[in-house]
Design a protein around this ligand. Sequence first.
Ligand SMILES: N[C@@H](CCC(=O)N[C@@H](CS)C(=O)NCC(=O)O)C(=O)O
Length: 202
Amino acid sequence: MKLYVTPGSPYARMARIVVIEKELGNRVETIVAQTRTADSPYYNINPSGRVPYLMRDDGIGYEESALICAYLDHLDNRPAFDLPVGAEPWEGWRMEAHARSLLDGLAVWGREMARSKNEQSPATIEHERARGERMTRYWESKSDHPVMQGALNMAQLTLACALGLEVRNSDFVWRTRNPKLAAWYDRIAERPSFKATVPPRA
Ligand SMILES: N[C@@H](CCC(=O)N[C@@H](CS)C(=O)NCC(=O)O)C(=O)O
């Protein structure tokens, strides 16, 4: 199979982490795609032009980090990262949705910052900065939630990849106000799969 990524994409990072965690390196070839380029040859592979994208050997392609992670995780019929279903079966989905909401906002913010100064929207940047501040405060109060503790799952993976964007956006400053969250993140960031996929500084 082929997994198309870019080194800086937090969504692609999630899939790359699952490949490492599930030791799928011999089954999945990771390829850096040329995104955001007019007429990129990558558009012939994935018409949306987004990463991650997983192309199965039979030519079936998957978009969306959550789908790709689930597919990869289930390949051996022993999924490790499914959301926990306990007494409160919706809690895992709820937490994952909040994590993805932070990640989506940070992605918009990062995209805006990547534009040339004269094309940037200060209002969009401020909107996303404020969202990031509110949501990291929320996560400070939820870092000890049962879904966010215990074995790595998709909610934790999503939140950690969102927080990891601090290396790409120096204005995403969340640690000092959220010490519990910082400790939570630093513990996960120690995993070899996270260390091997740290995005480059923007
Ligand atoms: N919802 C998608 C988001 C993927 C996404 O937005 N990827 C960005 C990189 S972080 C991308 O490929 N952008 C290229 C483009 O917009 O053309 C997912 O979870 O996989």
